[in-house]
Ligand binder design. Structure first.
Ligand code: NAD
Length: 327
């Protein structure tokens, strides 16, 4: 692990970002948190706010003066803000480009101006589209994009790798499987939980339920990020640029997941499938990442997909206030 330093976390009030903030503070970092609270929750930063090494900047990653202020004096930037909802991209065609690609450009420029050279970026397994190779390795053939979200993240990866090459940045890019766990606020577990609270007897499932996905607990995800950033340089694709898949070595079907969620809630609903191999346009029916590269750094998951999903349901049950906050 590094000598403790100062980091900017964008998207710091979000699901993954707020867990990262806590982790950094616990391990001795000074943290500047930037968030516009568009999907982030103030409650997620309550513990952090008590910490003397924590500072919150409420602002937008599209606002260059805010970014200049936020990156000042930092050694690392963990860029986790995004429009993270894949599903509704087609309703707002500019949103992913603006929030995920253009925002990344502004952040890189602010970093360049302030001479901050280390960046960790939350990309996504959605950028693999309907992958031709499964399990999908980091160096798979250039994927055809199936969502505006995936496209916007791939474009951001392109910018980051170019800044590494051209301006001497050190960059670590993470393609996550679906992340679950404490402070989970969006995705199928959230949707199913909410639907089952409204009607415990029936559950509508988008698609035919055979979509295969991999889920990763947020704590395992964060351990992987820190490993790759601070022990992973030997595995980088270029001297200052590394890409790491983060996921579990198994996958499950959506129908199995529905069973675990229902049983954790003590329910036996009738499952109604809307049909089709995908739930919506851009829902990649099979996501399963090759994780050999991150595993070669002695990283592994600490729980099975079932344990991670059941743990997420328990967190939602203890924090039902979140159900009304998100779509
Ligand atoms: N959760 C997953 O399963 C998953 C999977 C793959 C990749 N990712 C990526 O990981 C990152 C974190 O995802 P998450 O699940 O925590 O999402 P999230 O929506 O909970 O967090 C995103 C945070 O960014 C903030 N934000 C959004 N736009 C902003 C802006 N313009 N200025 C300042 N702040 C802004 C939001 O308020 C929120 O706090 C995202 O980049 C996402 O694309 C997440």
């Amino acid at each position: 692990m590094p000598v403790q330093q100062k980091a900017l976390v964008t998207g710091a009030a979000g699901f993954v970002g707020s867990n990262l903030v806590d982790h950094l503070l616990e391990t001795g970092w000074e943290v500047v948190a930037l968030d516009n609270f568009s999907s982030g929750q103030r409650e997620f930063l309550v513990d952090a706010a008590r910490h003397p090494q924590f500072k919150l900047i409420e602002g937008d990653v599209l606002d260059r003066p805010t970014l200049d202020r936020a990156v000042q004096g930092c050694q690392w930037v963990f860029h986790f803000s995004a429009n993270a909802d894949v599903r509704f991209g087609l309703n707002h065609p500019f949103r992913d480009l603006e929030q995920n690609t253009i925002a990344t450009y502004h952040l890189l420029e602010a970093m360049r101006a302030q001479n901050v050279k280390n960046i960790a970026f939350s990309s996504t397994s959605a950028m693999y589209g309907e992958a031709e190779v499964i399990p999908t390795p980091e160096n798979c053939p250039l994927p055809i994009q199936t969502s505006l979200y995936g496209a916007s993240k791939l474009a951001a990866e392109g910018l980051i790798s170019s800044y590494a090459e051209g301006f001497g940045f050190n960059a670590c890019v993470f393609r996550f499987a679906s992340v679950v766990g404490k402070r989970y606020t969006h995705g199928h577990i959230f949707d199913f939980y909410k639907k089952l609270k409204a009607n415990p007897r029936e559950l509508e499932i988008l698609g035919d339920g055979t979509q295969k996905k991999s889920y990763l607990d947020v704590k395992d995800c964060l351990r992987g990020i820190m490993k790759a950033c601070f022990e992973g340089q030997a595995k980088y694709e270029r001297p200052r640029y590394g890409v790491f898949n983060l996921g579990t070595t198994t996958y499950c079907q959506v129908s199995e997941s529905a069973g675990w969620i229902s049983s954790e809630m003590g329910l036996e609903p009738k499952l109604n499938y809307t049909g089709g191999r995908q739930g919506w346009i851009g829902d990649n029916p099979f996501i399963y990442l090759d994780t050999k590269k991150i595993k070669s750094l002695n990283w592994d998951t600490s729980m099975s997909i079932e344990q991670a999903i059941r743990g997420t349901v328990r967190w939602l049950a203890q924090n039902e206030w979140i159900l009304e906050r998100r779509q």
